[in-house]
Design a protein around this ligand. Structure first.
Ligand code: NAD
Length: 484
């Protein structure tokens, strides 16, 4: 364990104190690259711990909401400095706890600092609009106010970026927070909460509870004091969260799974398309909501693309995620590994042909090499459902219309790419592809910190996250008629 990790309290953070779970239960988290190595013991919290955190957040709300946006931003700026100074430690811990290759963990930890810095400046922005009343010259204005106590529920796959892109705007706009981190990657989130503690955030403004979704997450979703829930995770869990939360008239924001297509037109630069397909499908072992799951290649370019893609896979570095050269590391846990392997088995059963990978690549680590299918029917499991690992499928198409319609033929709508040198093809893709994030000549994954991020169809619900778009979810807009 690194020094900072040893100093970090593997505990809940409630009302400004690091505390164990009320009943003292803990669970162990193991390194997915070397599963016999224990990363640490973390609290296995219950609804009682969530209750204490919600109470602390409720008590802190008035004071925090009463500060100016600029005053709140100052705390975020200090936290950004702390995170920036610790990028390497955070990245190392991220890699050990969930197997993300170090090169990507470093980028993600750096991004967390950038997100904090972006939102530290949002407090200087306008908080409303000024009008004249129609019947008299008196004023009427709008004003954005915090929503209240917000509950944030995050997945394990971006343990620095996703908690940060929820906590930073929630705090910047004057809400107090209860966050539940995923049990598979709590250590990275502990670094972030620690950074905000070191920025001297007032007690109770930010509260962390580590534990299961069914106990802690559900308690947050069903507690009437929590006025909004921002959730990132899988479609079925997210839909259940939405159902329970909206019954209580809460605001709900969901960022869910994807089944993201990449279309390679006949006139595409194949070198660029191959590189983007590799990165999109296999970096982070395909454990990204925006990973490339389906690659549609124009018939005349298919054989050439296929050959170059297989060559690129043969050159890729797969293995120890702590090696900075590694591109594809292990799957996060044994149960996720089993899910991915059963997705691969199902692809085989449903007439898919494996042309790369497909088998476990290490007796110890949960390692699956880049796996590519072809000949998979459009209605087969692999073509329709998210398999959350380094697995992608090649399809041929003969017209752009066909490619777009097959790309759209899933309930998901998170991200999509086209590779083409023809502006008309790019424009048609942008007009017709059903997804919240579109890429022309770049991979399906990747998100800048200052622009909106979110999916359409079953991939998202509610206002988008990140950038200036975050104000929609984390504030409510009121209208004030002001007569003299
Ligand atoms: P998951 O749905 O299993 O869990 C997400 C979070 O929800 C975890 O913190 C979990 O503990 C919690 N949870 C589970 N049951 C709950 C309940 N009943 N009530 C409240 N909370 C509950 O997802 P995961 O396996 O952690 O993450 C992988 C999934 O997340 C994939 O489907 C991926 O596509 C998706 N994802 C989406 C985005 C996006 O922005 N669209 C980003 C990253 C991941």
């Amino acid at each position: 364990m690194s020094e900072t990790a040893a100093e970090l309290r593997a505990a809940n953070f409630i009302g400004g104190e690091w505390v164990p779970s009320r009943d003292g239960d803990v669970y162990e988290r193991h390194n997915p690259w070397r599963p016999s190595e224990v990363i640490g013991e973390f609290p296995s919290s219950t609804a009682e711990d969530a209750d204490a955190a919600i109470e602390a957040a409720s008590r802190a709300l008035r004071g925090w909401a009463g500060l100016s946006g600029a005053q709140r931003g100052a705390y975020l700026r200090k936290a950004a400095d702390v995170v920036e100074a610790r990028v390497e430690e955070i990245a190392q811990d991220m890699t050990r706890e969930m197997g993300k290759p170090l090169r990507e963990s470093r980028i993600e930890a750096t991004r967390a600092a950038a997100i904090l810095r972006f939102f530290s400046g949002e407090g200087w922005r306008p908080v409303g609009e000024l009008y004249e009343q129609s019947a008299a010259k008196s004023l009427v204005y709008t004003r954005r106010r915090p929503v209240g106590v917000v509950g944030l529920i995050t997945p394990w796959n971006f343990p620095a970026a996703i908690p940060t892109w929820k906590m930073a705007p929630a705090l910047a706009y004057g809400n107090t927070v209860v966050i539940k981190l995923a049990q598979d990657s709590p250590l990275t989130g502990l670094h972030l909460v620690r950074a905000l503690e070191e920025a001297e955030l007032p007690d109770g403004v930010l509260n962390l509870v580590i534990g299961s979704g069914s106990k802690v997450g559900n308690a947050m979703v069903t507690d009437p004091r929590v006025r909004a829930i921002s959730f990132t995770g899988s479609v079925p869990v997210g839909q259940g969260v939405r159902e329970r939360a909206t019954k209580l008239s809460k605001r709900v924001q969901l960022e869910l799974g994807g089944h993201n297509p990449l279309i390679v037109a006949e006139d595409a630069s194949l070198d660029k398309a191959v590189e983007a397909a590799y990165a999109g499908a296999f970096w982070s072992a395909g454990q990204k909501c925006t990973a490339t799951r389906r690659i549609f290649v124009a018939e005349p370019a298919y054989e050439d693309f296929r050959e170059r893609f297989l060559e690129r896979i043969a050159q890729g570095k797969v293995g120890d995620p702590s090696d900075p050269e590694t591109e594809v590391g292990p799957i996060v846990s044994e149960s996720q590994f089993d899910d991915v392997m059963s997705g691969i088995a199902r692809g085989r059963e449903e007439r898919g042909t494996i042309i790369a990978g497909g088998d476990r690549a290490d007796p110890d680590a949960y390692l699956i090499p880049p796996t590519v299918f072809e000949d998979v029917p459009d209605d087969a499991f692999l073509s329709c459902e998210e398999v959350f690992g380094p697995v992608t499928t090649l399809y041929r198409f003969s017209s752009l219309e066909e490619a777009i319609s097959r790309a759209n033929a899933v309930p998901f709508g998170l991200s999509a790419s086209v590779f083409t040198s023809n502006l008309a093809v790019a424009q048609r893709f942008v007009d017709e592809l059903q997804a919240g994030i579109l890429h022309v000549n770049s991979q399906t994954a990747g998100a800048d910190v200052h622009v909106p991020f979110g999916g359409s169809k079953e991939s998202g619900y509610g206002p988008h996250e990140q950038g200036r778009a975050a104000i929609e979810f984390y504030t409510e807009e009121i209208t004030v008629y002001q007569d003299v």
